[in-house]
Design a protein around this ligand. Structure first.
Ligand SMILES: [Zn+2]
Ligand SMILES: [Zn+2]
Length: 174
């Protein structure tokens, strides 16, 4: 059975989970719906151009270690327990594959150190999230599709530049 494939109307990311639908368009997240409303200047640009901008922005030195790109967003999992209360959080950072692996390894260790002693959720949840982080260390690769968080950072930047040029142009016309 062929799995459904969706493409976010704002960031252009392809994904399999069910989309969030707004105004008849598919979105990957609430963050993209918000930006679609905030940055109408990007709507007229062809998706190939935006895709090219995202790819171009990934081919820069890593902002964390200064090593060679490509860079992308990496989301790892954190678990913190305080006695009977356990918090789950997603830690998203932008960097190269090497930094992404290190981030997942650190968060895997933090899950066990800070999460696993909470009862009862932490005892069960922390090892599960730890394993998810360890799996990610192995699966991360330089050829991974660009994540929504990375795409949004690049497109936000592009939108701000276009809006700035726009306001300069309209200020210059008498
Ligand atoms: Zn999106
Ligand atoms: Zn790095």
């Amino acid at each position: 059975m062929a799995r459904q494939h969706h493409r976010c109307a704002y960031c252009g990311m392809g994904f399999r989970e069910s989309p969030i639908i707004a105004d008849g368009l598919d979105f990957c997240s609430e963050a993209c719906i918000q930006r679609y409303d905030d940055h109408p200047c990007l709507r007229e640009l062809p998706s190939e151009f935006l895709e090219h901008k995202v790819a171009e922005a990934s081919q820069v030195p890593c902002p964390k270690c200064g090593g060679p790109g490509p860079i992308n967003a990496v989301s790892s999992h954190r678990v913190f327990s305080f006695f009977f209360i356990t918090y789950f959080a997603t830690n998203t950072e932008i960097g190269c594959v090497r930094c992404g692996r290190r981030q997942c390894a650190v968060d895997a260790a933090l899950c066990l150190l800070l999460g696993a002693w909470g009862f009862p959720i932490g005892v069960i949840g922390a090892p599960i999230q730890c394993v998810r982080n360890i799996r990610m260390i192995r699966s991360l690769s330089a050829g991974d599709p660009f994540k929504g968080e990375f795409r949004r950072t690049v497109l936000d930047d592009l939108a701000h530049r276009l809006e700035e040029e726009d306001s300069k142009a309209s200020a210059a016309t008498p």
